[in-house]
Design a protein. Structure first.
Length: 314
């Protein structure tokens, strides 16, 4: 068993610029009768930087980053863990750390298509979300954060703690994350294995493209160009099949071709990692998994007319 100490956790936070305190400060608006209090804003004590727009209630109590990530040391006595990655957005309004619980292999073990079992701890100080622990599988080969077992996570497969006065007391409940994650990753591994074993042909791939990247109806040249690029990029990844590391004509290869396009070909913005973990990119990734599962099932017979897509990929 590994053991991550409090000292190691502090060093981890220091190295990623996340070892700071947050306190609540009242905000004011100027009125004819003088300044009037209009809510609160979370503020970093080291930089005096407000986190978010304010307007928080008096009952909002920030969960300090070191307390949020104390789950790492709490879980260390239960399972093999490794602190992997961390980052932030909005000058620290939101932060995340990813913890590895090991990995598993999808498909032929000789290809080494390994998927990491990651838990992502997310803490926010701007009132946008509570503290959350997300189940976020990670495909090592292409550095893709891929969707978990379910397109819409069940409530019992997600932990969210509100920033209330009793929030710190509830941190002790986070130990159950290991049990939740173990079950979710077992189901995820089964679904990925099913995708790797599900043989498909080009008609299935074209139908998935039609559903996830429908041709634009408007005459905008920009919209048309974006659509064409997406279709061609997915098809190129699908045909390449990781340079032959995985079998091309499988639903697993198709899903990763779509997911690679969604994640890697989107614009690099300051909040892209947030989007990958819990925003629009994560939502599209989950939708892609759901569509591939439905379309590539053994009961589904794909349509045979794909004139526009045929013209693009021929």
């Amino acid at each position: 068993m590994s053991k991550i100490t409090s000292e190691q956790l502090t060093s981890f936070l220091d190295n990623h610029g996340m070892n700071f305190d947050v306190e609540m400060k009242p905000t004011f608006v100027n009125t004819p009768d003088g300044d009037k209090e209009c809510g609160y804003v979370a503020m970093r004590t080291d930089t005096n930087m407000p986190l978010g727009r304010g307007g928080l209630s008096k009952g909002f109590h920030p969960i300090q980053n070191r307390d949020a990530f104390r789950v790492i040391t709490e879980l260390s006595g239960v399972t093999e863990l490794e602190m992997k990655y961390a980052g932030m957005w909005g000058d620290g309004a939101g932060i995340y750390a990813q913890i590895s619980l090991g990995d598993f292999t999808v498909g032929n073990s000789n290809t080494g298509d390994n998927v990491g079992k990651y838990l992502t701890v997310v803490n926010s100080h701007d009132g946008s979300k509570g503290m959350q622990i997300l189940i976020t599988p990670y495909r090592y080969f292409c550095k893709n954060q891929i969707a978990a077992s379910l397109a819409n996570a069940k409530e019992n497969e997600k932990i969210s703690i509100r920033h209330t006065a009793s929030a710190n007391h509830k941190l002790e409940e986070l130990i159950k994350t290991v049990e939740i994650a173990d079950g979710a990753f077992s189901r995820t591994q089964e679904i990925y294995a099913g995708l790797a074993n599900q043989k498909i042909n080009n008609e299935y791939a074209k139908e998935v493209l039609e559903q996830l990247f429908p041709a634009p109806k408007q005459e905008s040249r920009r919209a048309r160009t974006i659509w064409e690029n997406n279709v061609q990029n997915v098809w190129a990844r699908y045909s390449y099949a990781d340079g032959g590391r995985i079998e091309q004509n499988t639903a697993w290869n198709l899903y990763n071709a779509v997911q690679g396009t969604i994640q890697h070909d989107s614009k690099n913005t300051a909040n892209k990692q947030k989007s990958v973990l819990m925003g629009s990119i994560a939502k599209r990734s989950a939708e892609a998994l759901s569509v591939v599962l439905d379309t590539c099932s053994s009961e589904h017979i794909p349509a045979s007319v794909h004139a526009e897509i045929d013209a693009l990929i021929s």
